[in-house]
Design a protein around this ligand. Structure first.
Ligand code: DOR
Ligand code: ZN
Length: 348
């Protein structure tokens, strides 16, 4: 069996930098025409100049003949200026700004200490036409790690949505029923991305037979009732929800450690993993809209004019890929996936 789709895009992707780019970029480019590139490098991409230079490094890592458009983002800090935001928008290469609450996740130390006091920045972003991408978790250590998304929505995001009625906002990697309900209720200018791993797994999987560090990400996997709410949101044909892998590689040594990093690498099989989740839900016919239509529609960009074909053919996922001086262990390492990507870039 085959499934041919308008070539999809990834609206949330971590590529990292330098020697690992050939791996991460080409895994993504074999499946997606465009991707929103996360700016949380160890030196955060907080200026247009850094974003443009990073974009050049990404394009230089592409295998010959492959086409892929990195859509850059700016990392918001407590010192982001209106001038920088206008410069970013005018560059034509930067499409959105990322809000990391300081300390919420990987390389977020330079993030925002008080997201409720960013009204001037949000006002400028609205004027400049930049979308706001939000890592939606509170950093309050008193709040249970499994409740951080729900509390962030209530305390921080809902007030921002109300105070900035024209700002385009994406709640990234929605992981709970609360997140789904919030995005749905907020109307068409608020979207939500959904990862393949949050569609496929609940939190039990982290602890199945022992502690599985390669299933640790942030926001952390949640209960089965939440996973079901995400699958329902992805497969209902609701244009507010679209594909964002949050593929986030870390070397094996950094994951299998006394204090392991958060992040799951899915770029090697991203589309195949989504197809698996949609097939399990009996909704393969809804995959194209979720993966290829709703994202560009939300961002006001044209849909792709090429196609990508998924083929039902077993392939065994490698145990790892070379990753600088280390190895990255991909999701489903050593297991067999039923779907594989046959071709990209065939003109319609
Ligand atoms: O699990 C995660 N990994 N969540 C994030 O928010 C960041 C990401 C990373 O960059 O490693
Ligand atoms: Zn991310």
């Amino acid at each position: 069996m085959e499934l041919t789709l308008t070539t999809p895009d990834d609206w949330h992707l971590h590529l990292r930098d330098d020697e690992v780019l050939p791996l991460t970029v080409n895994h993504a480019a074999n499946r997606f025409a465009r991707a929103i590139i996360m700016p949380n490098l160890s030196l955060p991409i907080a200026t247009t100049e850094l974003a443009l230079a990073y974009r050049d490094r990404i394009l230089a890592a592409l295998e010959p003949g492959r086409r892929f458009s990195p859509l850059m983002t700016l990392y918001l800090t407590d010192r982001t200026t209106p001038e920088e935001l206008y410069r970013a928008a005018d560059s034509g290469a930067v499409f959105a700004c990322k809000l990391y609450p300081a300390g919420a996740t990987t390389n977020s130390e330079a993030g925002i200490t008080d997201p409720e006091r960013l009204d001037a920045v949000f006002e400028t972003m609205t004027q400049a036409g930049l979308a706001l991408l939000v890592h939606g978790e509170v950093t309050d250590p008193e709040v249970d790690v499994f409740d951080r998304e729900a509390v962030f929505i209530e305390r921080t995001l809902q007030p921002i949505v109300e105070r900035h009625p024209k700002l385009k906002i994406v709640l990234e990697h929605v992981t709970t029923r609360h997140g789904v309900d919030f995005v749905r209720a907020a109307g068409p200018r608020v979207g939500g991305t959904l990862t393949a791993h949050h569609l496929l797994y609940n939190r039990n999987e982290i602890f199945r037979g022992g502690l599985n560090p390669h299933l640790y990400c942030l926001p952390v996997l949640k209960r089965e009732e939440h996973r079901r709410a995400l699958v329902e949101a992805a497969t209902r044909g609701d244009p507010s929800f679209f594909l964002g892998t949050d593929s986030a590689p870390h070397g094996k040594d950094r994951k299998e450690s006394g204090c392991g990093c958060a992040g799951i690498y899915t770029a090697h099989a991203a589309l195949e993993l989504y197809a698996t989740a949609f097939e399990q839900a009996g909704s393969l016919d809804r995959l194209e809209a979720f993966a290829s239509h709703f994202g560009p529609d939300f961002y006001g960009l044209p849909r792709n004019t090429t196609t990508t074909t998924l083929v039902q053919r077993d392939w065994e996922i490698p145990q790892g890929y070379e990753y600088g001086n280390s190895t990255v262990v991909p999701l489903e390492a050593g297991k067999v996936l039923r779907w594989s990507v046959d071709s990209t870039g065939t003109a319609i």
